[in-house]
Design a protein around this ligand. Sequence first.
Ligand code: MG
Length: 377
Amino acid sequence: MNRRNFIKTGVLGAMFAASPVSISALDSATRAAAPSGRLNLSFRPYELRLRHAFNLARSQRTTTPGVQVQIEYDGLIGYGEASMPPYLGENVESVCNFLNSLDLGQFTDPFRIEDIHEYLEQTAPDNRAAKASVDIALHDLTGKIMGQPWYKIWGLNPEKTPNTSFTISYDADPEEMRRKVEETTPFKVVKVKMGLNHDRETVEALRRHTDVPICVDANQGWNNKEEALEMCHWLAERNCLFVEQPMDKTAIDDTAWLRERSPLPIIADEFLQRLPDVRRAAGAYDGINIKLMKSTGMHEAYQMAVLARALGMKVMLGCMTETSCAVSAASQLAPMVDYADLDGNLLIANDIFDGMKIVEGKVTIPDRPGIGVVPLA
Ligand code: MG
């Protein structure tokens, strides 16, 4: 059964209507397909429910739209995922439209990842999360065919993964804040979102309960470079590790000014999406935050990490709110990076995969082929 027939049967229609649908339903639908020697793409929307509402500098939300993807080839299934936080401009409709417009059946060799990426780029610009979902599924599939996880294929040492940070948001209620901090106990690093009206209160509240290093993400929330610099000094005195995206992504001169003077490294997040952006970031930022949903997946994320290191920049590996599928895919790169922020799967209440684990705070890559995930029944 090819993709279009799959849609015609109404299975996908039912999946669009129902929420959430067990991935095993899609699994059996895909497995029913006869081995074809061609890539067979299927997908379904899957809304991620957040365990706690996210308070960001410019918004608050309780769910994140997502799309789950499978590519079947000769009886093997590669899993992929698109996660679409609203500020990146993609949504369920745009991702499904993009995936619907693809004809992966023209490819008979899943190892032609470079060719398939060229095809994705020719199909439509942007659509980075949609492209990432295909890329992740291809990496999972090809890793399974080789019988090896991608960190091994890349020649990386899984012992060299960093600790991950775990994001905590401010709560004015001291008891609730204490409870939130308690939840971070297994983690060796915590991350706080800033650029709100209570930046110092957040750090002070945290420091009443814990002395673990803090990563700061201002999410473009600071408007004034002098105040930003003062804040960087204040944070450096309180065992903070770095500041991510302190000012607006277009304020590159102010960010370069801040970077020259800041005692803490300045990391680019919203400023940077893909490989050509790494060179633009050099000079204004000390490091880059790579996320698969920005980079169009693992293929370009690896290239970004290599380039950033060659430029002497720090590398951070982040994620969106994602299931263990995309987070485990990202974890394959973790031995290459200085900082990891891979808590996306821990922030959702409805994960549908087993994969990467945090063991005593450290990113621990699953020792399974591909991206290392198993669907939960
Ligand atoms: Mg960020």
